[in-house]
Design a protein around this ligand. Sequence first.
Ligand SMILES: [Zn+2]
Ligand SMILES: [Zn+2]
Length: 235
Amino acid sequence: MLPAVHRAWQALPARCPACGLWTRGHRCTLCLARFAAPQPRCLGCGMPRHVWCNACHDCPPASARATQVVVGADYGLPWDGLVSRLKFQQQPELAAWLAPLLAQALDRLPVARAPVDWVVPVPLAPRRLQVRGYNQAWEVARRLAGPLGLTARPDLLLRWRDTDAQTGQDGRQARLANLQGAFMPAPGCRDLLAGRQVALVDDVLTTGATLRAASQALREAGVAGVCWWVVTRTP
Ligand SMILES: [Zn+2]
Ligand SMILES: [Zn+2]
């Protein structure tokens, strides 16, 4: 339960950064209805298809992927602009508008939500965190976990290599090699991870390589299952 002062702040009128309308709190029902209408998504890859797309059906996610993939919306108007401003224009407060997008998708899952013990943001490498000043995934994760009655933990998983440089690399193999060993469980946290269920939170899902590398590190630390909760997915 949020402290009273925080609940009061959330209920204050605020202006939607996408459409400009005044709303109660940071949830624009107009934008959510117009730009995040319910649509079936594959629970293995998050693409807007059936509950399990053919590719995921043939390759069960239990092997290397997520237990359940939940996506707020396609990476398109107006969410792409909000995510970009959240990340690159020093506007961490926009996470308050993006967390409800993911919350809505979790609310509308056609199946039971997989159990979750910890909500964990995909971490940034220390240097990038220092430059940006905040981790956008944590800004979303912490706003999402509270209303769901879950605990967000930014301290369980570390990233010690900056892999965003992967955009400059050619080829899938090079990207994957760069991600190998980029994540590790935080020292002294293995007891908190062993046998637990984790929801990894990120802002954008594209190839899934980053989330897979983070999931692999969690599984190697003994985590029983990893869900991916992602604000947007590139179509
Ligand atoms: Zn709006
Ligand atoms: Zn799929």
